[in-house]
Design a protein around this ligand. Structure first.
Ligand code: NAD
Length: 310
């Protein structure tokens, strides 16, 4: 049985609920929001689709519902306004996350906490230090979404199914994130080799443009429609599936680093093995020197913000 609680029934929270409803991953989904009427309306709307999807119960609830949850997803809080960076949300959302964690801890210490609220790496650190749970049990959605954006853009350039493109973004879910070009593989073939042998004549991939598109994706979507919700919801559902199905999947979730890659004192995304109890372990992959340096720069920016909540 997989009971999933989502705290924050705004556009990200309800889209996560909807993707979970379609995927059949959960047996029960509970929506908690300070606006109880909105949570009830969203749950009722989704419940009317139940004859068309795998069985799942969906309802609005409150913190006592966390007692027997497998995963608690936190999406509550302010979102970026047009032109605003994720880091600018830190103080507002840290207070909200702390009060939510206090409420959750009254009812469970066994669920995995999955942070989505931005800036997600700092919120993961806040949730970890405030809850006193084990580091593996508190995860941030991190750069699972950014890695998907990276894979999508490479797949478009190479005209390959994005599921056959393996590519990772590490570091901050934000402006300082690091695209690991050295690790890109298409069906097991390194990108450079793939492009050299490709007869389509499109020329070398424009790395600068792809980096810009991955890093600025959220700004572009927010300018166009006010918020991002579908990509993050699918990325979060992917993490939930790894947790609930005990998949041992390698995902770039945000976690506390304690010396890996020469980094400690902050949460950020690195490849992790995700199983039913959260993060089983961190993978330390081979990086090029400039990728390691960029990752450490990203870490020092995050550490500066995390230190205030340590
Ligand atoms: P939204 O404004 O649509 O929804 C936020 C919801 O949180 C609202 O329903 C509000 O009532 C609720 N809320 C606020 N304080 C609360 C509290 N103390 N207790 C319970 N509920 C509370 O915002 P959104 O677009 O859904 O975005 C939510 C968060 O997700 C933002 O911080 C946004 O930046 C973040 N986000 C993260 C990613 C990612 O990849 N990690 C992607 C997109 C958005």
């Amino acid at each position: 049985m997989a009971k999933i609680v989502i705290v924050g029934a705004g556009s990200v929270g309800v889209t996560i609920a909807y993707t979970l409803q379609l995927s059949g991953t959960a047996t029960e989904i509970i929506l908690i929001d300070r606006d109880k009427e909105k949570a009830q309306g969203e749950a009722l709307d989704m419940s009317h689709g139940l004859p068309f999807v795998p069985p799942v119960r969906i309802s609005a609830g409150d913190y006592p519902d966390c007692a027997d949850a497998s995963v608690i997803i936190i999406t509550a809080g302010a979102r970026q306004k047009q032109g605003e960076s994720r880091r600018e949300l830190v103080d507002r959302n840290a207070d909200i996350c702390k009060s939510i964690i206090d409420n959750i801890m009254c009812y469970t210490t066994s669920a995995v906490l999955l942070m989505v609220t931005n800036p997600v790496d700092v919120m993961t650190f806040v949730a970890l230090t405030h809850s006193h749970l084990s580091p593996g049990q508190v995860i941030g959605s991190g750069t699972v979404l950014d890695s998907a954006r990276f894979r999508y853009l490479i797949s478009r350039h190479c005209d390959i199914d994005p599921r056959n493109v393996h590519a990772y973004v590490l570091g901050e879910h934000g402006d300082s994130e690091v695209l690991l070009w050295s690790q890109v593989r298409l069906g097991g073939t390194p990108l450079e080799t793939f492009c050299c042998r490709c007869a389509r004549g499109c020329g070398p991939i424009n790395k600068t443009m792809i980096e810009e598109d991955v890093k600025k994706a959220a700004y572009k979507i927010i300018a166009a429609k006010g918020a991002t919700n579908y990509g993050v919801a699918l990325a979060t559902s992917r993490i939930v599936s790894a947790l609930v199905r005990n998949e041992n999947s390698v995902l770039t979730v945000s976690t506390l680093l304690t010396g890996q890659y020469g980094i400690s004192g902050c949460c950020m995304s690195v490849p992790c093995i995700v199983h039913s109890r959260g993060i089983e372990r961190i993978i330390e992959t081979e990086l090029h020197a400039e990728e390691t340096a960029a990752l450490r720069r990203s870490a020092s920016l995050l550490r500066e913000m995390c230190e205030r909540f340590g």
